[in-house]
Design a protein around this ligand. Structure first.
Ligand code: URA
Length: 416
């Protein structure tokens, strides 16, 4: 077998066999297939797609490229969630303690952010002392004791994805439904959870720009999970607008804590609604409850303070300093003003995401340094009436704030 044969088959619209897909994944991961050949096949997949069977074989080969985490020493049904990535998406920080407060073990491995998409690990690392690198034993002990642990992905978890994702990122092949489905599901399955709730983002700030594409991705991921014996539910949510009021690592941790503490004026109802939906789905999958019972249980732990108590217990258990969950002053702060009177229609999530990267809240490359305190506070959200010259957002950064960034945020606001 060689790569030339695989190119020919793919070009003629034929399906690749499991053996051919294994040959590609194994060869690329171990270095016997060079980048230029792998990128050629990835582009063919990006343009011509993959059948469900090919996508399944790709996922399986990627899982088998590295370690699979064994969570059997944790009692109970282990539930995980995954978001396909968005702007201001701090849902994991909120729903994991809600679920843990309901007594369901949450054993979650999360990633760092790249581009406009933030990562849970960066957000948690913005808290002084918080440890995201846990040994397997520490991770399992924390889940058994506190019902929650969130850690960075271990070194040898799906090494095929690390190499393939890095190549896709620089060859224009990220936005492919089969490649995204295999990338996400291989990591979720290798992470060992019994059930997975998928939050598929759709809109300007997401990989999937239309409902139709988002539905295809959701269906592809659900089918893979079910074929591999996991309980999976997918939910499609809006990413035309950023979620909540804060974008930026520490700012999002502070917002998550405010929401869990019931300080609704410091956050926005879109975030609360989304968190109730996702945690209700997680509870339905894990506990087999119906929607009404699960949603009532979620609201109960939010209202009686047990979700915020669990959040604080989790932060302390992983070495974080609760006193550091505060918005720090930054060297620079700029108020962005409304350019016209009106009611805010949409706030373009893509532009807000790009501006947050320019402020230092996100990475352009894996090596970029982050400014944990940098970010954007959306003072006006969709549906709010504003007047010309009124402050619609604040920008925070320890870097100089460029006029271009200020203009970008102003332009992100469209008046209805
Ligand atoms: N997130 C992933 O983990 N993989 C992708 O391919 C896209 C988003």
């Amino acid at each position: 077998m060689n790569m030339a044969q695989l190119f020919e088959k793919k070009k003629q619209g034929q399906e690749l066999t499991q053996a051919e897909i294994n040959y590609f994944v194994e060869g690329y991961t171990t270095g016997s297939i060079p980048d230029y050949q792998a990128s050629s096949l990835l582009m063919a997949i990006r343009l011509l797609g993959m059948t469900d069977e090919e996508t399944f074989f790709l996922t399986k080969a990627m899982i088998e490229s590295g370690d699979v985490i064994d969570l059997t020493s944790i009692d109970g049904f282990k539930i995980d969630k995954h978001s396909t990535g968005g702007v201001g998406d701090k849902v994991t920080l909120i729903v994991t303690p809600i679920i843990a407060a309901l007594g369901i073990p949450v054993a979650k491995f999360s990633g760092k952010g790249l581009g406009i998409t933030g990562g849970t690990i960066d957000k948690l690392e913005s808290i002084r002392g918080f440890k995201t690198e846990l040994s397997s034993q520490e991770f399992i002990d924390n889940v058994n004791k506190h019902k929650i642990a969130v850690a960075g992905q271990t070194g040898n978890l799906v090494p095929a994805d690390k190499k393939l994702y890095a190549l896709r990122d620089v060859t224009g092949t990220v936005d492919s439904i089969p490649l995204i489905a295999a990338s996400i599901m291989s990591k979720k399955i290798a992470s060992g959870a019994d059930g997975i709730v998928l939050d598929v983002k759709c809109g300007s700030g997401a990989f999937m720009k239309t409902q139709e594409e988002a539905k295809k991705l959701a269906d592809a991921m659900t089918a893979i999970g079910e074929k591999l014996g996991r309980k999976v539910i997918a939910h499609i949510s809006d990413m035309d607008n950023p979620l909540g009021k804060m974008i930026g690592n520490k700012l999002e941790v502070v917002e998550a804590h405010s929401l869990l503490s019931g300080r609704q004026d410091e956050t926005h109802e879109d975030l609360l609604e989304e968190c109730i939906i996702i945690s209700s789905l997680m509870y339905q999958v894990a506990a087999g409850e119906d929607e009404a019972t699960a949603t009532a249980a979620v609201k109960r732990v939010l209202e009686d303070g047990s979700a915020v108590a669990k959040f604080e217990e989790f932060i302390v258990a992983q070495g974080g300093d609760l006193a550091d969950i505060v918005q720090n002053d930054t060297a620079n702060k700029v108020a962005v003003k409304a350019a016209s009177n009106g009611v805010v229609g949409t706030i373009n999530a893509l532009l807000i995401g790009e501006a947050s990267v320019e402020l230092g809240a996100g990475r352009l490359t894996k090596e970029s340094a982050l400014d944990y305190d940098a970010g954007i506070q959306l003072v006006a959200k969709k549906g709010d009436a504003v007047k010309t010259g009124e402050t619609i957002a604040y920008l925070y950064s320890n870097r100089e704030i460029a006029d271009e960034t200020i203009n970008k945020v102003q332009k992100a606001y469209t008046m209805a």
